[in-house]
Design a protein around this ligand. Structure first.
Ligand code: PXP
Length: 252
């Protein structure tokens, strides 16, 4: 298949984490979002968690008002969040599982087990013209159910693959194959395919070579790099890695 450009969504949650560690207003996640866009981000992702541990309601409202690129509103599927998202009218929502005790979003959504909750939420977002993405493991049953529930987009959870690589675990090849096959299956079912979680320069380059993947959402690694080289340079280097990966998709 011909490969289309791949988008980079930058997640600014960790700027809010740093701000909240001290209280007060700094560093400002909206400033990071504006800078990220100037440096080449195609969109901004922020996760309004139930416990508001990083992004707050006012951050989400300001992001919607102040950024010039698409806002991806990451959220758990609760009545409260669905209401806030519908009122905020972001370009997209990414529906994720949420557990209070987790450090980050640890696993994918159980779309099969949660059909009854997800179906009406997806229908509301479809009706409102907000693109709903389901954050799932590259598991064929979950992908097939996402398509049946008429979600327009899935985001493949790359955490297991990235962790296995980082730990030099022999599972990493099998995990990568699951990502490859998952992307192909989702695309064949008419889903737009995104990916994210735990990506760095090397893994972003690798996954950008999959022509079905249209967007990567990256936060933690970029914010960590930003401490050393600045956010603009980190995003520039990430874009270059993604471009190198995408060029390989063209050669396949
Ligand atoms: N996509 C989703 C749905 C996420 O929950 C996260 C983590 O907040 C990311 C992407 C970004 O992951 P990371 O911060 O590891 O780059």
């Amino acid at each position: 298949m011909p490969s289309l450009p791949i988008r980079l969504g930058v997640n600014v949650d960790h700027v809010a984490t740093l701000r909240n560690a001290r209280g007060g207003l700094l560093p400002d996640p909206v400033r990071a979002a504006l800078l990220a866009i100037e440096a080449g981000a195609d969109g901004i992702t922020a996760h309004l968690r139930e416990d508001r541990r990083h992004i707050r309601d006012t951050d989400m409202a300001r992001l919607k008002r102040e950024i010039s690129k698409p806002l991806n509103f990451e959220m758990a599927v609760t009545d409260e969040m669905v209401g806030i998202a519908l009122a905020t009218k972001p370009h997209a929502v990414c529906l994720v599982p949420e557990r209070r005790m987790e450090l980050t979003t640890e696993g994918g959504l159980d779309v099969v087990g949660q059909q009854a909750t997800l179906a009406p939420a997806i229908a509301k977002f479809n009706e409102a013209g907000i693109r709903a993405s389901l954050f799932i493991s590259p598991d064929p049953a979950q992908i097939e159910m996402a398509a049946r529930l008429k979600a327009p987009v899935i985001e493949i959870h790359t955490g297991t693959w990235c962790d296995a690589l980082a730990e030099r675990n022999s599972r990493s090849d099998a995990e990568w194959l699951r990502v490859v096959e998952g992307a192909k299956l989702a695309h064949s079912l008419g889903l737009e395919v995104h990916a994210g979680h735990g990506l760095d320069y090397a893994t972003a380059e690798t996954i950008a070579a999959l022509p079905q993947i249209m967007e990567l959402n990256i936060g933690h690694f970029l914010m960590g790099e930003a401490l050393f080289v600045g956010l603009a340079q980190a995003i520039g280097t990430m874009r270059a890695a993604m471009a190198r990966g995408r060029a390989k998709a063209g050669q396949a």
